[in-house]
Design a protein around this ligand. Sequence first.
Ligand code: ATP
Length: 219
Amino acid sequence: MSADRRKPVLVIGLGRFGGAVSRTLERMGHEVLAVDCDAELVQEFAPDLTKVVEADATDEAVLERLGVADFGSAVVAIGTDIEASVLSVLALADLGLTNIWAKATNDKHARILERTGAQHVVFPEQRMGERVAHLLNERLLDFIGFGDEFAIARLKAPEPIVGLPLVSSECRKKFDVTVVGVKRDGENFIHAVPDTIIFPEDELVVSGRIDDIERFSAI
Ligand code: ATP
């Protein structure tokens, strides 16, 4: 189930991850109720979020009093204290929430979160680590991996396909990648079509297997 734009979102834990989730949700127009047991963090975030409460999120009775059962979605952003993370997810699931996102620090933690009631488990540090590794060689400008070795990346147009329409450079046949979009200096992204001609400074958005994207960026 996707989060309704107008429905309020509950965020448990205002560390770097939970803080970023909360601030972004507020900027997107959601009401955010954030819960953290650290009084200083509660004070720090109070001006920026709809409501910030100092409380122990593992306590189901406290969560119930906060009215969390009415929330469409919740994000449990506790990583280090695995017990607190799991007990918070359990309390939210017992209160009937059905769109619970939780941050995991390792595979076992993720499996416990899934069995406890989290519908979505994310690994922010691992994901960012993979991303930085792919961006390090500076051929890729942006990179999103989807698991199963598939990814979408943004890269400078490789020289051999410059000056040609995509239909002639045969990226799919020769390199096993699909050019999805093209960004030209000073213009917005356009969808790539067979007769799109690639210019020297163009940036491309391509999809494909990670190995194939890396190979294509180096031709
Ligand atoms: P990040 O990497 O996002 O900064 P972290 O992994 O370093 O987070 P965590 O231990 O995951 O830090 O804690 C994230 C936040 O969750 C902290 O601000 C902490 O105070 C809060 N927190 C931890 N346990 C609870 C709890 N039982 N109830 C409410 N908040 C909690």
